[in-house]
Design a protein around this ligand. Sequence first.
Ligand SMILES: [Zn+2]
Length: 346
Amino acid sequence: MIAEDYGKIDLHLHLDGSLSAETVLKLARKEHIELPADTAERLRPYLTARADCRDLNEYLRCFDLPLAVLQTAANLEEAAYELGKELGEKGICYAEIRFAPQLHSRQGLTQEEAVRAVLDGLGRAMEDCEGRISLKAILCCMRRDKKHAAGGTKGNDDQADPDIGNASYAANNIETIHMAAKYLGRGVVAADLAGAEGLYPTRDHEEEFTLARQLGVPFTIHAGEADGPESIWKALEFGAARIGHGVRAIEDEKLMDELARRGIPLEMCPSSNLQTKAVGSLKDYPLRDYLNRGIRLTVNSDNMTVSDTWAGKEFALLSREYGLTEEEAVRLLNYAKEAAFEMQQE
Ligand SMILES: [Zn+2]
């Protein structure tokens, strides 16, 4: 089996970071949105992080254009459909696609309308692929600073965020958890926490995940990517069933033991981890250290367009530059099968 063939499952894949340049162009034209380039080739540099990208904050700026075109139900449906179809064509058989419903409300779309649009698009893609692929959704809450998280009042002197106007960030995250509960088992499989981890710590988001636990919504949390081991400890304390990235667990022996003992899968995304500087080079990638300790690792793309990759390409990269063996690849793929939220809900 060639390395790329191990890319059958993607558990960590953002919708907005995975739209092809062609899709962004098509959706922008429909809405008469002006873009900085008018061909896919010229648009691509705006959507893909440079190899020498400075950090997670710079990486996150590549999401501006895709988000600008994903503000109507029709465009969200089509984006989810195009992505699902592309995954099917690549031979992926199971993917969990994540997005933050609250980031699609600039033109008045409700979170529920955004969720339904994405589920419709994924459903249409599955039909087109005639059962060769199963596509599920993960709903992301967004990291915000304490001032915003605590504020529920309108106006104040806070700058209005283009994504959510003056609404309370905390209230939006709470609504996202309620949406995840409502659509759990109907296309949605879990919740998540995304955004700039280095700026907004995990510890400020206890309320969201206390509610998720109460409502029986499983969740993963981006942790140990831009922030250190304490972020992962917090995510575990909240009850995360999986950890997004978790590359910085390597700094804490006790934490690695805990992840192994509890069988908490890590959703690793090598290319993205290099771009956001979560690791310096693939030689320092903690993959083998984790596997040897019995930590359940999975390999994922994070953002197919921003990181110019897909799950199969990540396996090929690891095989070429890290010396990943067949045996290790099989183990990673098996861990991914077992870590799938769909699997845990059956
Ligand atoms: Zn991510």
